[in-house]
Every structure is written in structure tokens, then in C-alpha cells.
Design a protein around this ligand. Structure first.
Ligand SMILES: [Mn+2]
Length: 326
């Protein structure tokens, strides 16, 4: 969920929400305390350095363990020297700069991106995320405003063809959309021995009793230097390499109901690539040229900054990012 931070009373609210998610995710008291402390520091920093901002407080599914992430986002002046700001005792606002250093110490994974005039994004992750050698994952998924469940879902697996990322956007929003998206991720996880087109076919069949979903999966063939992409319906897909950004092609349809063409498209990569999948809750008009260094930062920060600036607002919104490299 999104904790808006515009005044001091919202610091405690962000802390409460983060604590509740940590407890319901199965974190022990000590880990829950660390999550609460980071939420407090993030909220305090947003007020102090940017005036206002938001904290995305989300589960981040681990392989076997609970996981969650907090991402602080603002449109403030940005931090000119991130490394220096990390050192305790240094703060551009003239106060003891314990914020970023404390957040880094308390979290299991930490990353930051900031540029003058482009604001700041800070990630703190707790628990071990599902991953594989040479693969870094990030995502944000937030429900339709006012809903408590998100009708979009993503999933990662090392499938037959290689590391594979799936994103599903259940039709509409609310519980029925979430159920359709969850059927897609479960089927995806159970069919990792299949090739991409066969996996999507299985998802299409499994979704028949549900409301249906847009779905896309991207499989990285490391040996052949290809991204293999299969999409049904409106999921935005892009592969970013040293040669630039290539948008990937989905066919029209609704997985579970109408999918006349389930077809794989391939895109070359040179061993290093960033794959972005997003639901139509994000406008497709994003341009990475506006965000120097963002594509090389943590995938959850890339997902979160696109969310901050390009969320449409009247839909579930999800962005999942997979980076492969040496
Ligand atoms: Mn949607």
C-alpha cells in the first residue's frame, strides 16, 4: 500500500502500516522492529528533505522466506552526493544525517537513486527475495485506489528456457481480478518445465473459469542471447540493452477467454539486459532518457520511479523488472 507523507502525523501511520505487514508476513519481533524503524526514518527524511512524498509498503515474495520492501519516493531537490549523504552525521538540511545510514544498516538490501530535479528513491528490503545467479529482480504492485487487494501479480521462475518473469493483470479490479492474476502466477510456477508458448497456453487454459487476465512472460535465453516474449492482451514489455529500449509485442486477447494467437517474439541481448513488464495502470509514455542512471540502479527503484511518474491512477498498477548480467 501507499503511505502518503505530507505532515508529521503521517509518520506514525506509515510505521503502523509497515509493522502490520511485517507481522502478517511472518517476521519475528526483532525484524518487525527493524521494519518499523526504517519506515519512521524514511517518513522523517521525506518531510525533512523533500517536504512530502510517499512510501510504498509491499510484500516482496521470497523463495521460502517472508519478504517485504519499503520504497520512499519524492519529487524533492534530489541528493547531489548520495555517498556522502550515507555517512552518519552528514545532512544537507543541517541536522544529524542519521537517516540514510540507519536505513541501510537496518535493512537486508538497500539501494538509492537520486538526481537533481528528478527527486529521490530509496529502497529497503527485508528477507531473501526469490532470485537466481546473475538475475536481479524488482517490482512494485499497488491496487486500484480504495481497493485492499491488487488485481495485478508478478512471478519469477527459472523455467526450461532460462530465468523468466511473468506479469498478469486480472480484468477489472478487486478480489475477482486478484484471483485471476493469482491463478496465472500459480500456473506459471507449476509449468516451469515448459517452453514459453506452452507456458502461456497453460495459463490461458487455467484462467478459463476466472474473469481472465492480460498476461505476458519474458524468458532470457542466456546461451542464445535472446529474450523470448509471449504476451496476451495489454501488458507493456520492453527490453533495455546497450543498444537502447525495444518495446516487445503482445497480441490482443484476454488469457482465459480469447487468445487467438499465442506467439513468441524474440529480441537480442548481449549478456546484459533489463526487462520491464508493466500493466496498463502505467502509461506506456515513459522514457528512460529522463532518468539518468536509473536503468543501472536497483530494479525495484526503476519500477518505483516509473510508478511515481507514470501511474494512471484509475487502475491497479504494477511494474516488474528483471536484470540479467554477469
Ligand atoms: Mn489493468
Amino acid at each position: 500500500m501507499i503511505a502518503r507523507i505530507a505532515d508529521r502525523s503521517q509518520i506514525a501511520e506509515a510505521r503502523r502500516v509497515a509493522e502490520a505487514l511485517a507481522r502478517s508476513s511472518g517476521f519475528d519481533a526483532i525484524a518487525t522492529g527493524r521494519v518499523a524503524l526504517v519506515a519512521t526514518e524514511m517518513a522523517t527524511n521525506l518531510l525533512k528533505h523533500a517536504g512530502d512524498g510517499q512510501i510504498l509498503i509491499e510484500p516482496f515474495p521470497g523463495a521460502n522466506d517472508p519478504g517485504l520492501q519499503l520504497i520512499a519516493l519524492d519529487n524533492g531537490p534530489g541528493i547531489a552526493d548520495l555517498r556522502r549523504a550515507m555517512e552518519d552525521g552528514v545532512s544537507t538540511a543541517g541536522t544529524p544525517g542519521t537517516g540514510l545510514g540507519a536505513i541501510r544498516r537496518q535493512s537486508d538490501e538497500f539501494a538509492a537513486w537520486s538526481r537533481p530535479q528528478r527527486g529521490t528513491a530509496i529502497l529497503a528490503r527485508f528477507g531473501k527475495p526469490a532470485t537466481a545467479a546473475g538475475v536481479l529482480l524488482g517490482a512494485v504492485a499497488e491496487p486500484y485506489p480504495g481497493e485492499t487487494v491488487c488485481g495485478d501479480a508478478w512471478c519469477f521462475a527459472v523455467a526450461k528456457g532460462g530465468p523468466t518473469l511473468l506479469l498478469a493483470d486480472g480484468s477489472g479490479h478487486g478480489a475477482a481480478a486478484a484471483a485471476a492474476a493469482e491463478t496465472a502466477t500459480k500456473t506459471f510456477a507449476q509449468t516451469a518445465r515448459l517452453e514459453p508458448e506452452a507456458q502461456m497456453m497453460a495459463i490461458h487454459r487455467a484462467l478459463a473459469p476466472t474473469r481472465g487476465a492480460a498476461a505476458a512472460l519474458a524468458c532470457v535465453d542466456l546461451g542464445a542471447g535472446l529474450v523470448r516474449f509471449v504476451g496476451v492482451g495489454n501488458i507493456g514489455g520492453a527490453v533495455v540493452t546497450g543498444d537502447g529500449v525495444k518495446r516487445m509485442i503482445s497480441h490482443n486477447g484476454t488469457a482465459g477467454h480469447v487468445a487467438p494467437r499465442i506467439r513468441e517474439f524474440t529480441y537480442p541481448h548481449d549478456g546484459e539486459a533489463t526487462i520491464i513488464l508493466h500493466s496498463d495502470g502505467l502509461s506506456a509514455k515513459w522514457d528512460l532518457a529522463a532518468y539518468p542512471g536509473l536503468v543501472a540502479s536497483h530494479p525495484s527503484l526503476l519500477a518505483a520511479v516509473l510508478f511515481r511518474d507514470h501511474r494512471r491512477g484509475k487502475d491497479d498498477c504494477s511494474v516488474a523488472v528483471m536484470r540479467i548480467g554477469p
